[in-house]
Write a protein that binds this ligand. Structure first.
Ligand code: ADP
Length: 513
């Protein structure tokens, strides 16, 4: 097993990986930028090494600096987490070329799955169902012909795409030229690659993905699905497992398709095969009809991996290290079952009233819920600064309960107990989704938030939030509202006392709501 691992990431995922390392007796190295000098992930590591300015491009995305840091600290492996360099085939290759182990799949698997057009062709060859469409066309007339054959509406996608960039829904032929042109421009600008593909647009789609896992000895299996249809602008917000829509037959079929997909690129370590799922097609089909289609494969650990960990009872991150070190899986597919129901909510520092723009500032209060079946993966603590440099994900709140109904109740109660002041959050938004009958019925499609969910944020901050803000301002120096010397001054509270009961948002609630 490795003796020391460098974690090429920050925030909650860096801490999650460090926890796994600690349990395995592996020392950890954090990397940090100027903006993260005092960040929680740095405090969690056994060693930390500075890698540059706040801008990711010059720090967390700088391959050379990260590999040099690993060399300097005598680490024997690098865990990339998610985002940043995790799906960069050149990075994986450079790590291996430096006599270090990349904790993930091979550079070749990453490369093959990184291209939407190439991976789709490969999947078709492997017998994995893909959305009807055409890859590798250049001339506009060919696009027209292809779109007519597929039937409108169609979706134009960038082959090198990611994060929904370069994607356009086209309703009819009149919109096609314009969509192709703008998608090309966006793709060229974002990825330096203007290749496009075109496919059938499936309007009532659910996003259902399958976790796969493999060792380096040819053992490969799936760990069931995650339903991730609650999305805003193609970004997942709430994920759950099991999916409320899958029958045991569909689950087995999708699982097998995912394993086939992974096998086609000689996959090992953790990966996720994303499918687009149409429940109408599923209820209509008579054996041969297709209800799910390959979207893409993420060749890394996913943000939402904890719900699978809870339901399957496996520490995915520890197994990532064990298989990277060459260990053989002692399991077979039939070893795994789904126990209970798990849900994850992504808590973002953002302002729902201004179109969900990131909200920055100092965390005057940050009190995480606790209790049976509650897990919080977060990268912040009270007093931390939320900056505009990185993703505004504050925490992942994950619950596990015996069934879906109880998991929803547990999540609602836990969200109520999650107290954040100093930045705005999407907690009210998450509560409104969880309370919606469409969510209860499992009828949320990937477009639902934008098209069916009429939710307006409360226009006034709550009384509780206002009182907490005032109290926190008295106790935290250098903050926005200057109330020192006012009647809110409490003797002794000007000293920063992290244990003062007045610093806990619930301290003065006295059980009242
Ligand atoms: P990206 O890599 O840019 O995230 P994906 O191919 O993974 O692009 O698609 C992102 C999201 O767009 C999916 O989660 C799904 O909601 C939607 N989507 C993708 N392809 C289709 C399609 N053919 N029909 C309907 N929705 C789609």
């Amino acid at each position: 097993m490795f003796k020391k691992i460098l974690i090429a990431n920050r925030g909650e995922i860096a801490i999650r990986i460090m926890r796994a390392c600690r349990e395995l007796g592996i020392r950890t190295v954090a990397v940090y930028s100027d903006a993260d000098k005092n960040a929680l992930h740095v405090q969690h590591a056994d060693e930390a090494i500075h890698i540059g300015p706040a801008a990711s491009k010059e720090s967390y995305l700088d391959m050379e600096k990260i590999i040099a840091a690993a060399k300097k600290t005598n680490a024997d492996a690098i865990h990339p987490g998610y985002g940043f360099l995790s799906e960069n085939a050149s990075f994986a290759a450079a790590v291996a070329a430096s006599q270090l182990t990349f904790i993930g799949p091979s550079a070749e698997s990453i490369r093959l799955m990184g291209d939407k057009a190439e991976s789709k062709i490969r999947m078709k060859q492997a017998g994995v169902p893909t959305v009807p469409g055409v890859e590798g066309i250049g001339a506009e007339n060919d696009f027209k012909k292809a779109a007519k054959e597929i039937g409108y509406p169609v979706l134009v996608k960038a082959a090198a795409g990611g994060g929904g960039k370069g994607m356009r829904v086209v309703q009819d032929e009149g919109e096609l030229s314009e969509a192709i042109e703008s998608a090309r421009r966006e793709a060229l600008h974002a990825f330096g690659d203007e290749r496009l593909l075109i496919e059938k647009y499936i309007p009532n789609a659910h996003h259902v993905e399958i976790q796969v896992f493999g060792d380096q000895h040819g053992n490969l299996f799936h760990l069931f699905e995650r339903e991730c249809s609650v999305q805003r602008r193609h970004q997942k917000i709430i994920e759950e497992t099991p999916s409320p829509l899958l029958t045991p037959e569909l689950r087995a079929e999708m699982g097998e398709a995912a394993v086939r997909a992974a096998r086609a690129v000689n996959y090992f370590n953790a990966g996720t095969v994303e499918f687009i799922f149409d429940p109408d097609l599923a209820s209509l089909r008579h054996g041969s009809g297709q209800a799910f289609f390959f979207l893409e494969m993420n060749t890394r650990l996913q943000v939402e991996h904890p719900i699978t960990e809870l339901v399957v009872g496996l520490d995915l991150v520890q197994w990532q290290m064990r298989v990277a070190a060459g260990e053989r899986f002692p399991f077979t597919q039939s070893h795994f079952t789904q126990r209970g129901h798990a849900i994850e909510c992504r808590l973002y520092a953002e302002d729902p009233a201004s179109g969900f723009l990131p909200s920055t500032g100092k965390l005057l209060q940050f009190s995480e819920p606790r209790g049976p079946g509650i897990r919080v993966d977060s990268g912040f603590t009270i007093g931390d600064e939320v900056t505009h440099f990185y993703d505004p994900l504050l925490a992942k709140l994950i619950v596990h309960a015996e069934d879906r109904e109880r998991a929803i109740q547990r999540m609602q109660a836990a969200l109520k107990d999650f107290i954040v002041h100093g930045v705005l959050t999407n907690i009210d938004f998450l509560q409104a989704v969880l309370a919606h009958p469409d969510f209860a019925n499992g009828e949320v499609t990937t477009r639902w938030v934008e098209t069916n969910f009429n939710w307006a944020p409360p226009s006034e901050p709550s009384f509780e939030a206002l009182v907490a803000a005032v109290l926190a301002e008295v106790t935290v120096p250098g903050s926005r509202f200057q109330v020192s010397g006012s009647r809110y001054q409490v003797p002794g509270l000007n000293e920063v006392d992290p244990y003062s009961p007045w610093k806990t948002g619930s301290g003065f609630r006295m059980g009242a709501n």
